[in-house]
Design a protein around this ligand. Structure first.
Ligand SMILES: [Zn+2]
Length: 314
């Protein structure tokens, strides 16, 4: 099975050391080590530097921060044996003089280490922001395991970060044309692969078939290899894991609801590259798994994306 080439937000060379998060003595020793680094995180972004044209996460020694231990989450150990922590800050006013970067925007510009650190920090920050109270009894929850679980102060239940699986799929027909759709809230000319969340009690493959039919009316074949898994990447906006597929349709008739999906079209390779060059079709940016699924089908890079003006180099 051929997986997609490295996906921008699936990169990381940080060891999460998941088995040691609960070792309070070890975490305390890391918090007393001046080599340990802290980067702030708030919502989908973090302070960055880009002075020499290279975008990096800003960080400081753990000894230079006055953060409370409960506001720090352990991210892992990097290749230089340095421990990294995220400091969850309530707003960005605490560092008004620093430039902040959004993971969605800068994720493809960071190196592997910083990309891995930031995607994890953003995922934890989003989970933490939405789980201050216990879903069972409503009492406050407190962080445990260096930020990787929360315990309810009322009923003592334990809660872990959640990830919501979603499928994203490029559908091909018998002529090897690709099915792309435009969501109702998108600008004219923006096209991407179809996608949707996996329902509770549903397999990912069943979700591929259901979502494609719901959004486009197109039926996916029922043979096992009509739905081919190609790779995944985290998409923590706020908590998704995107599972990428190619799938084979048994027909080409399209029926869209006109609301969630405004239009869907079959593209040949020649049509898609021509319309991308002319700017009448714009595809998702490099950071998305959607673009990789489209370019894998196309057989190479395609010009232009939503985030750049026409004619700008990728
Ligand atoms: Zn509770």
């Amino acid at each position: 099975m051929a997986l997609l080439d490295t996906l921008m937000l699936a990169r990381s060379d940080v060891d999460r050391c998941a088995e040691r998060r609960g070792d309070e003595e070890w975490i305390t020793s890391l918090l007393a080590d001046e080599r340990s680094r802290v980067t702030c995180v708030n919502g989908g972004g973090a302070p960055i530097s880009s002075d020499d044209g290279t975008v990096r996460l800003r960080s400081r020694s753990v000894l230079e921060t006055d953060a409370r231990p409960q506001d720090l989450s352990f991210l892992g150990i990097d290749d230089d044996d340095v421990a990294w922590f995220a400091e969850h800050v309530p707003d960005r006013d605490c560092h008004p003089d620093l430039e902040w970067g959004e993971l969605r925007t800068i994720g493809s510009l960071l190196d592997d280490r910083d990309a891995g650190l930031l995607v994890t920090a953003v995922a934890l920050d989003n989970w933490r922001a939405n789980h201050q109270r216990c879903p069972k009894c409503g009492a406050l929850t407190l962080p445990k395991q260096a930020g990787w679980s929360r315990r309810c102060a009322g009923c003592d239940s334990q809660h872990f970060p959640r990830t919501d699986p979603a499928v994203i799929v490029l559908v091909r027909d018998d002529e090897d044309c690709a099915l792309l759709g435009r969501q109702g809230r998108w600008q004219e000319g923006w096209f991407s692969t179809l996608a949707g969340f996996v329902d509770p009690g549903e397999s990912a493959e069943a979700a591929v078939r259901r979502e494609v039919q719901e959004e486009s009316g197109v039926i996916i074949g029922d043979a096992v290899d009509d739905v081919e898994y190609l790779g995944s990447q985290p998409w923590p906006f706020p908590a998704s894991l995107m599972l990428g597929y190619h799938a084979r349709a048994v027909g080409t008739d399209i029926v869209v609801d006109g609301v969630e999906i405004a239009e869907a079209r079959w593209f040949s390779r020649e049509e898609l590259v021509r319309e991308c060059e002319e700017g009448t079709v714009r595809l998702p940016p490099d950071i998305s798994i959607a673009r990789r699924l489209i370019e894998r089908w196309y057989g190479g890079e395609l010009p232009g994306d939503w985030s750049r003006p026409l004619g700008a180099k990728r």
